[in-house]
Design a protein. Structure first.
Length: 376
């Protein structure tokens, strides 16, 4: 085998769209179409015949959305099995799936476990019912706790919880309580995101009409600082700007992204990056289904990344990790050094103590982490 890559499978359906969501997803009222699942299975078979794929091994499978857990257990088990059986898989394959608390059931989780799912991500966002309503979420804090217990009972020993801070009307006490309730469950991983109001979302419209009051920057920074200190005491190490894990529980699939590795995208709007060739599938699920049925590659666009474009992406993605990006790897793969390429702009960040270069790595300093998104 000549290398490793990740497999991403996108399921774009949600029970309803959350008010802040800018992802490619669509409300389906709770019953995602069976035709989409069949298209995914056909697309997997199409890709499994590619020489590029046959020469390599999958290091991880990630089923994301949308809300993949809207499908029943038998459907999800078919999808997981197809991913495992159609490709060369590395021993100890990590198989993750995103879910919502109120779309999980014991029978469904049992079937997924039997098929090979070994990492579950639960979109909790908050343990405060008032704030869940602000976000437009369809579950309650009790349902979030019940979902976690259900996953443990099904045998999952690698669980991630998604949480959000910087929410309208969220006090520091509110955020502390959510963090403490999450930590009390003892998950192996936490993904923690600051609210970002994206264009073409209900939140963006509310903000434009002055009906959405966001927290002041100082309040958001207070919440960030609380996050790092509280989770460190709980044994959850920050390894990426938004991600915390217990030792050995970092998300392998996402680490591959941040290391600018190759990945194959299955499903509507999914992106592939195969040895520098970037492909994006059509956005609409209906179009995706029709093209796959006809035996066509469901592609919207593709591009071959230049050496410099791939270098820039490696730098930006690598700086998301607290360890940073390897200067040796950058030189080996691209024959470029960041100081030579970015010149005075990067030197200024180094002089201001925002970027650190040591031990052949370039990384964000502790001072830079709260403003990382502005730097990157």
């Amino acid at each position: 085998m000549s290398g490793l890559y990740g497999l991403y499978i996108h399921i774009p359906f949600c029970r309803r769209k959350c008010l802040y969501c800018s992802f490619v997803s669509q409300a389906c009222g709770g019953r995602p179409p069976a035709a989409y699942l069949e298209a995914l299975l056909s697309h997997i078979r199409q890709y499994s015949r590619l020489e590029w794929v046959r020469e390599r091994e999958i290091s991880s499978i990630f089923i994301g959305g949308g809300t993949p857990s809207l499908y029943d257990g038998k459907s999800l088990a078919r999808l997981i099995s197809a991913g495992r059986d159609s490709f060369n898989c590395q021993p100890g394959l990590e198989i993750s799936m995103e879910s919502n608390p109120n779309s999980l059931s014991p029978a469904q989780l049992d079937l997924c476990r039997e098929a090979g799912l070994n990492r579950l991500s639960i979109g909790v966002q908050s343990f405060n019912d008032r704030l869940l309503k602000v976000l437009g979420r369809s579950h309650s804090r009790n349902e979030a706790r019940q979902a976690f217990g259900m996953a443990r009972a099904a045998g999952f020993d690698n669980i991630n919880l998604d949480l959000m801070y910087g929410l309208p009307g969220q006090s520091l006490t509110d955020w502390r309580q959510t963090l403490e309730q999450a930590a009390a469950l003892a998950p192996e991983h936490l993904s923690i995101y600051e609210l970002s109001v994206e264009p073409d979302t209900p939140f963006a419209e509310l903000k434009e009409n002055r009906r959405l009051t966001l927290l002041a920057e100082e309040e958001v920074i207070e919440q960030e600082n609380l996050t790092y200190s509280l989770l460190e005491r709980q044994g959850l190490e920050r390894y990426e700007i938004s991600n915390f894990a217990r030792p050995g529980r970092q998300c392998r699939h996402n680490l591959n992204y941040w290391r600018n590795g190759s990945y194959l995208g299955i499903g509507a709007a999914a992106v592939s990056c195969l040895s520098g060739l970037r492909l994006r599938n059509v956005d609409k699920a209906e179009t995706y289904i029709k093209m796959v049925r006809r035996g066509l590659a469901p592609l919207a666009e593709g591009e071959a990344l230049s050496r410099e474009a791939a270098f820039r992406e490696s730098v930006i993605m690598g700086l998301r990790m607290l360890r940073g990006v390897s200067l040796i790897d950058l030189r080996l793969h691209y024959d470029l050094h960041p100081l030579d390429y970015y010149g005075p702009a990067l030197r200024s960040l180094v002089e201001r103590g925002l970027i650190v270069m040591d031990d052949n790595y370039m990384r964000l300093s502790a001072r830079a982490l709260p403003v990382a998104n502005q730097i990157l």
